[in-house]
Design a protein around this ligand. Structure first.
Ligand SMILES: C[S@@+](CC[C@H](N)C(=O)[O-])C[C@H]1O[C@@H](n2cnc3c(N)ncnc32)[C@H](O)[C@@H]1O
Length: 295
């Protein structure tokens, strides 16, 4: 029998290609043993039985082949929640917490029953984190992939957040005359031929969750051009985008008539989320004006 310390040391050597070999090995061993990582550090001399050792070996082999740790353990922490993930959904990223914080900032001082919409919800992480933080907010989420929808709904149930409305849909189409006070989206925004798609975790994630057409901006364009008729007066829209797409998204938002357009930087200092605000009053000639009531 080998000890925890010996097992982790051997695993780190097999994960030479991973930039996070030590953390990967600890997370996978903690998963197999049903313990926290801190427990491993507290008991490095404990022996691991053959069955668990074999299960761990198998996971290390898959990780050495590039499979993301989150898919191997089946979940990922995000903001104040932990969400189930499978290869049908994007793995929630730490930088996407800025989108949640932007929504929570926009919620402050508003009616408690503020209507929030998350476009392209995937695992549901953004919508569910907002709903967890704001129990009175009326949160809805849209997703096109049936497999991802099933994961988002399962996560809502696991987290006791069944009140979040999870809808099958294609961005803003099919919403009829519905309006929201806050609309957020982390759409696919990688360019189709970006070499990063062939590296790291991205190789295993759904292409439909990553690629936004030739220049990466297809979904951002569609959301920007369609969002105003679905925003309440002074409603806020915020979208995540690539670090080099901020100027283009600000231009799209400004062209569509959104006010107070600005780009926020993530914890790493990268321009990551652009937000804008609908005017207080619908001007004459507004897209769809006359066809829809504001509320
Ligand atoms: C970048 S992932 C974001 C997932 C999740 N919101 C997050 O932040 O981790 C984009 C999501 O948009 C979904 N999506 C792609 N095209 C869509 C469309 N036309 N309508 C609705 N959702 C779409 C994808 O299936 C994917 O789940």
């Amino acid at each position: 029998m080998t000890t925890i310390a010996e097992t982790l040391a051997a695993a780190r050597e097999r994960l030479v290609d991973s930039p996070s070999a030590a953390a990967d090995a600890e997370i996978l061993l903690a998963h197999v043993l049903g313990r926290e990582r801190t427990w491993l550090r507290a008991w490095p001399e404990r022996a691991i039985d053959a069955g668990r050792g074999a299960r761990f070996d198998e996971l290390i082999a898959r990780r050495a082949g590039g499979e993301p740790v989150a898919y191997l353990v089946g979940h990922r922490a995000f903001h104040d929640i932990d969400v189930m993930v499978t290869p049908a959904v994007l793995i929630p990223r730490p930088e996407t917490e800025l989108l949640v914080e932007t929504a929570l900032g926009a919620l402050r001082g508003r009616d408690p029953e503020t209507r929030v919409l998350d476009l392209g919800t995937g695992s549901g992480c953004v919508a569910l984190a907002i709903a967890r933080a704001c129990p009175d907010a009326r949160v809805s989420a849209i997703e096109r992939s049936p497999e991802a929808l099933a994961i988002a709904r399962a996560n809502a149930e696991r987290l006791g957040l069944e009140r979040v409305e999870i809808i099958s849909g294609d961005w803003l189409q099919g919403l009829g005359g519905r309006h929201f006070d806050i609309i957020v989206a982390n759409p696919p925004y990688v360019a189709a031929h970006d070499p990063h798609l062939q590296r790291g975790d991205l190789r295993f994630e759904p292409r439909a969750a990553l690629v936004g057409g030739g220049d990466g901006l297809d979904a951002l364009r569609e959301i920007a051009t369609g969002v105003l008729p679905h925003l309440a007066p002074e409603g806020v829209v915020a979208v995540e985008h690539g670090h080099d797409q901020g100027a283009r998204v600000r231009e799209l938002f400004t062209t569509e008539g959104l006010a107070d357009v600005e780009t926020l930087t993530d914890f790493a200092g990268h321009p990551r989320v652009t937000r804008g605000r609908a005017p207080a009053q619908r001007p004459a000639g507004w897209p769809g004006s006359g066809a829809r009531a504001w509320r």
